[in-house]
Design a protein around this ligand. Structure first.
Ligand SMILES: N[C@@H](CCC(=O)N[C@@H](CS)C(=O)NCC(=O)O)C(=O)O
Length: 202
């Protein structure tokens, strides 16, 4: 049994962590948590917010998909999914990992709920501004950090994929081509296969 466990529910945010682990070629144990059936006391001990993804590694538990992604990149540097500490691209690695939960997700929820707030008063902005930023980045490069795929493409790119899947945005040509690149990856397809096998359980 591996010393790394992923607590996962098919079709949820934890698919991103599953995809990341598959990209890394990491050994892990998969524990299916049916979050749709409600929170359990047992899982609340693993993640007090009751949410997936969560991981257990070497006796420690961790929630929040961006934190998990940053952590796993440090645990498995040989996977090459994050720029090295002395690589100038490391700055963008942090940026996209914080941008996903701090700006992208609130902008999605705001749009979905029809909330209107003064941009200067809130810590995020309009979904259109997020799309513009992603589009500008992908017009210059194939991936968020440049020429090569990285964990940022799973974390922030994964959110872009949800925006399109939920019909919240019309993908620009650069975003459309980017998502096709992501979705043609072997590890992405493996994640979908695993999810399809688990779906009847959760
Ligand atoms: N801020 C969390 C959000 C995770 C989250 O909301 N997960 C949902 C599934 S997509 C969940 O587990 N919901 C069950 C619940 O809240 O009880 C993260 O980024 O990891």
């Amino acid at each position: 049994m591996s010393d790394l466990t992923l607590y996962h529910c098919p079709g949820t945010r934890s698919t991103g962590t599953l995809w990341l682990l598959e990209e890394m070629g990491a050994e892990y144990t998969l524990e299916t948590i049916n979050v749709r059936a409600g929170r359990t006391a047992e899982f609340l001990k693993i993640n007090p917010s009751g949410k997936v993804p969560a991981i257990r590694h070497k006796g420690q538990t961790l929630g929040e998909l961006s934190a998990i992604s940053l952590y796993l990149c440090d645990v498995f540097p040989e996977a090459g999914l994050a720029p090295a500490l002395d690589d100038p691209k490391r700055a963008q690695h942090y940026f996209w990992h914080v941008y996903r939960p701090g700006v992208m997700e609130p902008a999605m929820i705001s749009k979905g709920q029809g909330w209107k707030a003064e941009p200067g008063m809130i810590g995020w902005g309009e979904l259109d501004d997020v799309v513009k930023r992603v589009d500008e980045t992908l017009t210059q490069n194939d991936y968020l950090l440049g020429d090569s795929f990285s964990a940022s493409d799973i974390c922030a790119g994964g959110a872009v994929s949800w925006m399109v899947a939920f019909g919240m945005i019309e993908p620009t040509p650069a975003i459309k081509a980017y998502l096709e690149r992501l979705q043609s990856r072997k590890a992405y397809r493996r994640m979908l296969e695993i999810d399809a096998e688990l779906a009847p359980k959760a």
